[in-house]
Design a protein around this ligand. Structure first.
Ligand SMILES: Cc1cc2nc3c(=O)[nH]c(=O)nc-3n(C[C@H](O)[C@H](O)[C@H](O)COP(=O)(O)OP(=O)(O)OC[C@H]3O[C@@H](n4cnc5c(N)ncnc54)[C@H](O)[C@@H]3O)c2cc1C
Length: 442
């Protein structure tokens, strides 16, 4: 027991963010309690990983565990227009500043289980089937109450609390505000299927995207040798008008009206229930306070178009762990210690958001899919899509040139529109508001 605490840190949530924070703190020799309300393995959406996660796994000491788990190798992403008339391939091997361009497609029930076990083996005390109820803070620590798998209530004292509870927002809902993104207002509906064809050889593990005329898109993610995760992302307004009563019917409806997706799904057989996800792009206004920190989706989540969620959750888990460890050593866990962390989270979110919003902008796609980049611009863009969240000055300059060209493309087309909205969606789409500010949910 330290300073009257049962644990130095309590981590709420055993997803990638919580496991990363708990493992790293335990590896630094701290006494950690992790509470996870589910019993693993449990389903979670978010299967496609990014090459920049490799660095995080290495830092966490679980790179070999992930490599040996037998997940599908991913080297890039394929894009196809709704009618199959245009197709492009983003190969991570061409991405600037990306030393290991290969990553994985993972069934999250297995991936999250590997990470949670790693946290446990690293020394964290992990309690599954255990729901955190509340955390009461005072000058000396926090009292965390929870219910165990038998329904019995308990309370423990900890020096700090990490909220890694994902969209549940265990602490996030109490402090600050969740700000919903005004542009990325989409709904996702998804399920797992067998009998969906995939490419040959090195590209068999690609994530395949199929675009829709309404700015929506599909993902096809091969999560095992036979199973494909299939999801449709559509604007909320479209779903309000065209959605069907169940997730299964809605997904089938969106597939049926998109020829390239329907073609891929011709022989498909659903092997899981369908599920909805809505309102998933948001950023919190406050990411830390005295003795608490938000990690991963608890603090913010960006549209899944470029698969940034797990990388951001794990990276923030690592960063939070480093700061809490230093704060424990110095006896200071006040919010001021986390000021740089809060700034980094905001900055990183907006760095990737620029690209997520761009994907829904025809001018962005015109240039991205032209690929005839000079000066390494295409490679710079690919490096961000590979997860590069701290580009060098050279790459930042190339990205600035890219967005300059996107602006030019809107008014004075400089790239062929062969892959533009006309080809990709069948009709010209209005350009989204450039770089809007976020608005408050409540
Ligand atoms: C439609 C969609 C598609 C996506 N696709 C991708 C993708 O392809 N690639 C990608 O990287 N990301 C993707 N994501 C994002 C990804 O799912 C998340 O960003 C990621 O899971 C965040 O990790 P986390 O650890 O912060 O939260 P989570 O993984 O959500 O983990 C939080 C954990 O906290 C537990 N918990 C919650 N409340 C409590 C409580 N009170 N007590 C105890 N435990 C609690 C939960 O049971 C859960 O296990 C997608 C998201 C959506 C919505």
């Amino acid at each position: 027991m330290t300073r009257g605490w049962d644990y130095e840190v309590a981590v709420i949530g055993g997803g990638p963010g919580g496991s990363s924070a708990a493992a790293q703190l335990a590896r630094k020799g701290h006494r950690i309690l992790l509470l996870e309300r589910e019993t693993f393995p449990r389903f979670h959406i978010g299967e496609s990983q990014l090459p920049w996660s490799n660095e995080v796994m290495r830092t966490l000491g679980c790179e070999d565990l992930i490599r040996e788990a037998g997940f599908v190798n991913k080297w890039g992403a394929s894009f196809t227009s709704h009618d199959g008339s245009a197709a492009q391939y983003a190969d991570f091997a061409r991405a600037a500043e990306t030393p290991a361009p290969q990553t994985f497609q993972v069934p999250r029930e297995r991936f999250d289980d590997v990470l949670l076990r790693h946290a446990q083996r690293s020394g964290a005390e992990v309690r599954q089937g255990t729901r955190a109820l509340d955390a009461i803070f005072d000058d000396k620590g926090a009292t965390i109450s929870y219910v165990d798998p038998k329904g019995l209530a308990h309370a423990v004292r900890a020096g700090a609390v990490v909220d890694a509870s994902g969209r549940a927002g265990f602490l996030a809902k109490r402090f600050g505000q969740r700000v919903v993104d005004p542009v990325l207002r989409n709904v996702a509906v998804h399920a797992q299927f067998e009998g969906v064809p995939r490419r040959e050889g090195r590209r068999a593990g690609d994530i395949q995207m199929v675009t829709r005329p309404d700015r929506g898109w599909f993902w096809f993610i091969p999560i095992s040798p036979t199973v494909m995760s299939v999801g449709a992302v559509v604007p909320k307004a479209v779903h309000a008008a065209a959605g069907r009563p169940t997730a299964e019917e809605s997904l089938q409806h969106y597939i049926d009206e998109t020829p390239a997706a329907a073609e891929l799904m011709r022989e498909a057989r659903r092997v899981s229930p369908g599920r909805f996800d809505a309102d998933y792009s948001y950023l919190h206004t406050q990411h830390a306070g005295d003795r608490w920190v938000l990690v991963g989706d608890a603090g913010g989540f960006l549209d899944p178009i470029f698969s940034t969620g797990v990388l951001l959750a794990m990276q923030s888990g690592l960063e939070a762990a480093a700061l809490i460890s230093a704060g424990l050593a110095d006896g200071d866990l006040s919010r001021a210690r986390f000021a740089a962390y809060e700034r980094t989270l905001q900055k990183r979110y907006h760095h990737f958001r620029r690209f997520a919003v761009g994907f829904y902008d025809p001018a962005f796609r015109d240039l991205f899919f032209t690929r005839s980049s000079r000066f390494g611009i295409y490679e710079a863009v690919l490096s961000v899509l590979a997860g590069n969240w701290r580009p060098s000055l050279g790459t930042r300059l190339r990205l600035a040139m890219f967005f300059g060209l996107v602006a030019l493309q809107r008014v004075l087309p400089i790239a062929a529109r062969s892959h533009s909205a006309a080809a990709w969606s069948g009709r010209r789409l209005p350009t989204p508001e450039p770089e809007p500010t976020l608005e408050t949910e409540r």
